[in-house]
Design a protein around this ligand. Structure first.
Ligand code: UDX
Length: 849
């Protein structure tokens, strides 16, 4: 069997069992404890109806603000008693479904066939010499809400169900597009599919010798929905897609100031780039994402921009074909609309996607509050929310009719609405004939990693996400060369930059030999202008402390220099080179007593507390990495907290990575606080296979400030240890930590040790290794506190180098001239980064220089 479902452990189950299990998982895997009907006293308002449903009561318990509680109560009551959307909607598609399986005959461009489940059916395709056609068989991609598979067979196998492909396609990947057939006659056998409808669709592709002649090439709007701080990657994406004939309409999540501010800079210089001012907090899977897309489409229809297609993309998409190829393809398919369907039985899709559940969005969360009935009379469809929609269809969406307004109302209360709204409108609208089952994307689904309920903190549902492409996945992208896919997702340069580099070289040819910093990437983590998201308190403490220490060092190492004081921490970046985290950069402003100038410096810092192996004997010699951090990303199997900032209220995670070995064995971790008290003991079995694993111990919060130690014990001997700093905080969100809690985090807590068994192991360890724990802080006057904080932080972080942003002549005599200029270093955020630089438009090519 080729291209079966990925090796998911549930895959052995029959498809129904698998489906039911997955569904159960989605339904149950979020918190619904403390179930008890809430009284008016607790709610603070009288709900419009009796609220007794388990999910709604749970949501009301968990919501924090009264406004959100009220919205939840109101919507729940409304959906129960008088749903705010129509019970029936019009089906306006003129095509009648094919009701029987039979040999369908010859196909022409854009013709769609539908088959009921049944038996062997031959689809015979012929096409003319001028056009090539691409057969897009509906197949089993996984989307955020669904996990499906389709089997394809080649050669002599006789499948019981699935698709038997002609030998010409045996090297093609399935599911997906079955690539080009240029002028000829082909037969595909569809065996019993087990689906209620099997849909095939043909999109036309220009023959290699096709000429545009008088047909004007399409103009595309790239609609970018962005979040996060990967600004340099977004610049790179815009550079790759840019042409003066195309447009960029950008929405930035309302909670992401930095991305918005940085992109505003290019909006000023490029007239075909515009940022949406109607900003929403577009949480994952939220109803707000559909609102955002519809707002954008309405703005685009009303704008003076002259465009033919809109293609939505995110910060983690990247093109895998040239713009020319995309334009050529869309030009010959200008009447079509490209969406990717789930390829499964509709009822299963509805359930798996949770379309029949009511969700309410508030407090940047999708709360599940009960069931809802789907409007009748229409065909339901959905799949991927990455789309390429034609201008006439977008005009129709914006103008609206009963179908669109009814579905818009319905999808206001639906999870992942953008994954079904457009498909369903398209299928039931006068545009149904223009539906092409292809989202033009290759998506890196690895469901065994990507379906781990990782969005539980924002949705009451277990959703899936595709993985980030890494260099090892290159063949997946390369194999799409002959397929009608133009984008791939996901890419994240902090995780893997080499795949983006390889892809760009593949698309545009080799870089010039003197191209600077090709394999380096900088990502901002803090900017002093940010209001949202609120900066991490620990980052501010660490950044300010290191800037203070660096400033002091400048003063002492440049003796004539009269540096007065550190004025301000300006920015923090993480720095990555050749796909490795190489430390972080703090940028700060310093003033001088003999000069009114303020100078900018950047220092390169490194979190130095790593795992240390004491006895490198079997089986501990399998240990590759042993650190404490937080924000462990189960999908990508790494901590996103590169700097390893842990405050008194952070949940630390112990991450350990092992090479493969011959035996499994058990190790024990002992967690010692800065006062050497044993706080937690956990044991883990290490299997034979190579693995990255993580453990979250239950530690009493707030954590004692200072340096903690974790011992790795094997057969009663400490074989390795690692340390981590709990950053000293005296304020949280500008509010002083209450004195009672301060005493907990600043003093030994006299834990009654119920772990006596380990006393000896710890004693032996303490006798053999001298650890500097710097926990003896007693005096809390401001200066003493600051020097204690600085001494703690320098135990956990090193300053590797410092540079000056703009060398200032008048300060030559104070010794600073010896300091290297930031732009001349390879590590500074001021070092040239031409792959992300957006300069002027090239007059000849229309692309960016
Ligand atoms: C998957 C599917 O590919 C996608 O079709 C579906 O909408 C969500 O699940 P995933 O990688 O999980 O994608 O989501 P991601 O790309 O991270 O986010 C989807 C969109 O929402 C992006 O445009 C992203 O920028 C935006 N988003 C996400 C926000 O604006 N804010 C957030 O906090 C999270």
């Amino acid at each position: 069997h080729r291209n079966k479902l990925p090796p998911d452990k549930d895959n052995s189950a029959s498809s129904n069992e698998y489906f039911n299990k997955a569904l159960q998982h989605r339904h149950n895997n979020y918190k619904t404890d403390n179930l008890r009907v809430l009284g008016v006293d607790e709610l603070g308002f009288v709900p419009p109806c009796d609220i007794s449903g388990r999910e709604c009561v749970s949501a009301l318990h968990r919501a924090k603000t009264e406004t959100c509680k009220q919205i939840i109560a109101n919507i729940s009551c409304l959906i129960k008693t008088n749903p705010p959307y129509p019970k029936r909607l019009p089906h306006q598609c003129p095509t009648n479904d094919v009701k029987q399986n039979k040999i369908i005959g010859c196909f022409r461009d854009g013709k769609e066939i539908k088959l009921l489940p049944g038996y062997k059916t031959s689809l015979i395709f012929t096409n003319s010499q001028e056009n090539c056609i691409d057969l897009c068989l509906q197949s089993g991609f996984a989307y955020a809400g669904v996990e499906y598979g389709t089997d394809c067979f080649c050669g002599n196998e006789t499948p019981e169900w699935g698709l038997k492909l002609p030998d010409t396609f045996c090297d093609m990947q399935c599911p997906g597009n079955l690539s080009q057939m240029c002028g000829g006659h082909y037969t595909i056998n569809v065996f019993k599919t087990g689906v209620s409808k099997f849909i095939a669709k043909i999109a036309s592709e220009p023959s290699p010798n096709f000429k545009h002649n008088n047909i004007p090439p399409v103009r595309i709007v790239f609609l970018l929905t962005l979040n996060g701080r990967a600004v340099r990657q977004v610049y790179r994406l815009i550079k790759a897609l840019f042409h003066r004939d195309h447009y960029f309409f950008i929405h930035v999540d309302a909670r992401h100031d930095y991305m918005f501010r940085e992109l505003s800079k290019i909006e000023l210089t490029l007239s075909n780039v515009r940022l949406s001012r109607r900003r929403h907090s577009t949480i994952w899977g939220g109803a707000s994402l559909l609102t955002t897309l519809m707002d954008a489409m309405s703005d685009l229809v009303q704008s003076s921009w002259d465009w033919d297609f809109v293609i939505n993309l995110s910060e983690s998409d990247f093109p895998i074909k040239s713009n020319d190829a995309l334009v050529k393809f869309l030009t010959v398919n200008r009447k079509h609309n490209f969406v990717k369907s789930h390829g499964r039985e509709v009822q299963q899709f509805i359930q798996k996607q949770g379309l029949d559940k009511t969700f309410v969005e508030c407090e940047a969360r999708m709360w599940r509050v009960g069931e809802k009935e789907l409007p009748k009379g229409i065909i339901w469809d959905g799949g991927s929310d990455w789309l390429a929609l034609s201008r006439p269809f977008v005009d129709y969406l914006v103008a609206g009719d009963t179908l669109i307004s009814g579905l818009s109302q319905f999808f206001k209360y639906t999870l992942l609405p953008a994954e079904s709204f457009f498909h369903t409108v398209l299928r039931n609208s006068p545009f149904c004939e223009t539906y092409i089952d292809n989202n033009l994307h290759v998506t890196n689904w690895k469901r065994w990693l990507g379906c781990k309920c990782q969005y539980r903190h924002v949705v009451d549902w277990c959703g899936c996400s595709p993985n980030v492409f890494r260099y090892d996945d290159w063949n997946r992208i390369k194999n799409t060369e002959k397929k009608q896919v133009y984008f791939a997702r996901k890419f994240e340069p902090i995780i893997n930059l080499s795949i983006i580099d390889t892809l760009e070289v593949w698309l545009y040819g080799e870089y010039p030999a003197d191209f600077k910093n090709r394999m380096s990437y900088w990502q901002n983590l803090y900017h002093y202008d940010d209001v949202y998201p609120a900066p991490d308190e620990s980052l501010l403490i660490v950044g300010n402390s290191l800037a203070r220490v660096a400033t002091k060092y400048l003063t002492t190492s440049h003796t004539t220099c009269q540096i007065r004081t550190l004025d301000k921490l300006l920015q923090v970046f993480t720095y990555h080179h050749k796909d490795k985290f190489k430390g972080f950069l703090i940028q700060y402003e310093v003033s001088f007593s003999n000069n009114s100038n303020k100078l900018l410096f950047e220092s390169w810092c490194w979190p130095k507390l790593q795992g240390i192996i004491i006895l490198n004997k079997d089986p501990i010699n399998r240990l590759l990495n042993f650190i404490v951090s937080s924000d462990f990303d189960k999908k990508e199997q790494m901590s996103r907290n590169f700097i390893r900032l842990i405050g008194p209220y952070t949940e630390p995670v112990l991450i350990h990575q092992w090479a493969a070995g011959e035996h499994s064995f058990t190790v024990t971790f002992l967690w010692l606080n800065p006062y050497d008290e044993l706080i937690n003991v956990t044991s883990t079995n290490i299997e034979e296979s190579a693995l990255i694993t993580f453990g979250k111990p239950t530690l009493p919060m707030p954590l004692s400030q200072g340096i903690w130690t974790v011992l790795l014990v094997y057969e009663n001997v400490t074989m390795a240890y690692t340390q981590f700093l709990v950053t000293p905080l005296h304020t949280i969100r500008d509010t002083s930590i209450p004195a009672s809690q301060m005493s907990i985090i600043n003093k030994p807590q006299n834990y009654r040790q119920s772990f006596e068994d380990w006393t000896n192991v710890i004693k032996v360890f303490k006798n053999s290794i001298v650890l500097e724990t710097k926990n003896k802080f007693i005096d809390r006057t401001k200066t003493k506190m600051t020097s204690w904080v600085d001494s703690l932080i320098t135990s956990a972080y090193n300053i590797l180098e410092t540079c000056i942003v703009i060398p200032c002549k008048s300060l030559n005599d104070c010794g600073l001239k010896e300091l290297v200029t930031c732009a001349e270093t390879s590590w500074s955020s001021y070092s040239p980064d031409p792959k992300s630089d957006i300069k002027s438009i090239n007059k000849e090519s229309g692309t960016l220089n």
